[in-house]
Design a protein around this ligand. Structure first.
Ligand code: FES
Length: 105
């Protein structure tokens, strides 16, 4: 069934509005972004040096890594600022009954 791929991640009410909130799913740390343009979810681990993007600075759809200030587009995962050059993983998400769910396939 198609719905099998969706997993509950975090309640919308627990998100920091306009900022990034950490969440854990099956031991994996994820970054949940609550932007005026919608909710987005990525891996929390920077592809450059492994820093935690949940401690980064969110500006629009851009997350800036707290360690070396590499940047990523949270919609696509694309690295948009050096020294980051490799993308981060992006997870499709939706909100059902006030819960952020992500595609966990
Ligand atoms: S660890 Fe993120 S830019 Fe270096």
């Amino acid at each position: 069934m198609d719905d099998d791929r969706w997993r509950d991640l975090i309640a919308v009410a627990r998100l920091d509005r306009g900022d990034v909130t950490p969440a854990l799913l099956e031991g994996r740390r994820l970054a949940v972004y609550d932007t005026p343009g919608g909710i987005h979810v990525t891996s929390a681990r920077c592809s450059h040096g492994g820093a935690d993007l949940c401690d980064g600075y969110l500006d629009g759809f851009r997350i800036e890594c707290p360690l070396h200030q590499g940047c990523f587009d949270i919609r696509t995962g694309e690295a948009t600022g050096r020294p980051a050059t490799r993308p981060i993983r992006v997870y499709a998400c939706r909100v059902v009954d006030g819960i952020v769910q992500i595609d966990w396939t």
